[in-house]
Design a protein around this ligand. Structure first.
Ligand code: NDP
Ligand SMILES: O=CCc1c[nH]c2ccccc12
Length: 283
C-alpha cells in the first residue's frame, strides 16, 4: 500500500494527511484494539485522541503493544479542562509518552475562565518545555482566534473543526481566515452528509462525482474536505479494516476533484445546515 502524504504545518512539523479518530462515540472509552488494527492493518499512523474521550490510557496501551518506535506514530491529544498544563501532564502519564506531537485546546468554551490569551500562553510554555512538538486549537471561531493572536508569540498550527458540505456556508469565512494566517485546518465529521444526514441535496452530486472518478462516495467526501480546506488534514475513523483501507486509498489512489467538482459539492451543501458537534460554532 502506498504511503500517505504529509501536510507541513506552520512550525515545520509534518503530519500525515489522514488521521484516525478515537472520539467517535462507539469506541470512546476503549480504543486499544481499534488503534492497533488501524495502525497495523490499515497503516493509519496518525492517531487523534482527547482527554475528554477518556481513552488515552487505552491509546497508550495500543502504542506499547504495537511495539513501534515513538517517531512512527503521530499522536494528538486535546486539553479538556481550563488548565492546559495540568491536563497535558495527566495525558502524558496516561498515554505513557514524554511528548505528544500535537496538543490542542479542545474548545474555547473550556478555557473561558482562564482566558483565551492566558491559556494560549500556557500552551506556548508547554511547547517550549518539549511536552508537545506543536500547539493548536479546536472549535475556535474567528473572534476566538483574534483574541489568541493578540498575545501569541506562536501562531496556532491547526484549528480542528467540523468540515462537511452541510456546515460549509457557516465555515467558509473561518476557513479563509485560518488560511490567511497560516493556520491549517483539521477536518472532523467529514462523512456527515452520508452517514448523519442522508437524503439531502449533496447526495446526488457526490454520487455523480464518485462515478466520474471511479471512487466511493466516502472517498469523494474525504477528498472534498481536504481540498476545500486548501490541502488540510482530515480525520475520520472506522471499526472496519476494509473501510479504513478505502479511506487511505482516497489519498493514495484517487485523483483530486476538479475545481468545478469541489464547487458543485460546496454549492449543494449551502442548501442545508446540519451541524453535528459544538453548536457554539454557529454563534
Ligand atoms: N475536536 C472535536 O471537537 C472533534 C473531533 N473529532 C475527531 O474526529 C474523528 C473523526 O470524526 P467522525 O465525525 O467520527 O468522522 P466521520 O464523519 O468520518 O465518521 C466516521 C464514522 O463513519 C462510519 N463510516 C466510515 N466509513 C463509512 C462508510 N463508507 N459508510 C458508512 N459509514 C462509514 C464509521 O463507522 P464504522 O465503524 O461503522 O465504519 C464511523 O463511525 C473522531 O473520532 C475524533 O477523533 C470528532 C468530533 C469532534
Ligand atoms: O471531540 C468531539 C466530540 C466528542 C466525541 N466524543 C466525545 C466525548 C466527550 C466529549 C466530546 C466528545
Amino acid at each position: 500500500m502506498a504511503n500517505l502524504s504529509n501536510v507541513k504545518l506552520n512550525d515545520g512539523l509534518q503530519v500525515p494527511v489522514l488521521g484516525y479518530g478515537t472520539g467517535t462515540a462507539l469506541y470512546q472509552k476503549e480504543a486499544k484494539d481499534s488503534v492497533k488494527m488501524a495502525y497495523s492493518e490499515a497503516h493509519m499512523h496518525h492517531i487523534d485522541c482527547a482527554e475528554m474521550y477518556a481513552n488515552e490510557e487505552s491509546v497508550g496501551q495500543a502504542i506499547k503493544e504495537l511495539g513501534v518506535k515513538r517517531d512512527d506514530v503521530f499522536l494528538t491529544t486535546k486539553c479538556g479542562s481550563a488548565d492546559p498544563r495540568k491536563s497535558l501532564e495527566k495525558s502524558l502519564k496516561l498515554l505513557g509518552v514524554d511528548q505528544v506531537d500535537l496538543y490542542l485546546i479542545h474548545s474555547p468554551e473550556l478555557v473561558k475562565e482562564t482566558g483565551l490569551g492566558k491559556s494560549w500562553q500556557i500552551m506556548e510554555e508547554l511547547q517550549k518545555e518539549g511536552k508537545t512538538k506543536s500547539i493548536g486549537v479546536s472549535n475556535y471561531r474567528v473572534s476566538d482566534l483574534e483574541e489568541v493572536l493578540k498575545v501569541a508569540k506562536v501562531v496556532p498550527s491547526v484549528n480542528q473543526i467540523e468540515v462537511h458540505p452541510y456546515v460549509y456556508s457557516k465555515a467558509q469565512s473561518l476557513l479563509d481566515f485560518c488560511h490567511s494566517k497560516g493556520i491549517h485546518i483539521e477536518s472532523y465529521g467529514p462523512l456527515s452528509t452520508l452517514i448523519r444526514a442522508p437524503g439531502g441535496p449533496v447526495d446526488p452530486v457526490v454520487k455523480n462525482i464518485a462515478q466520474e472518478l471511479g471512487a466511493t462516495e466516502g472517498q469523494v467526501l474525504l477528498k472534498w474536505a481536504h481540498q476545500i480546506t486548501h490541502g488540510g488534514i482530515v480525520l475520520t475513523t472506522s471499526s472496519k479494516k476494509e473501510r479504513l483501507e478505502e479511506q487511505i486509498k482516497a489519498f493514495t489512489e484517487i485523483k483530486d476533484l476538479s475545481d468545478e467538482q469541489v464547487q458543485a459539492i460546496a454549492e449543494a451543501g449551502k442548501q442545508k445546515l446540519h451541524r453535528v458537534f459544538m453548536q457554539h460554532m454557529d454563534s
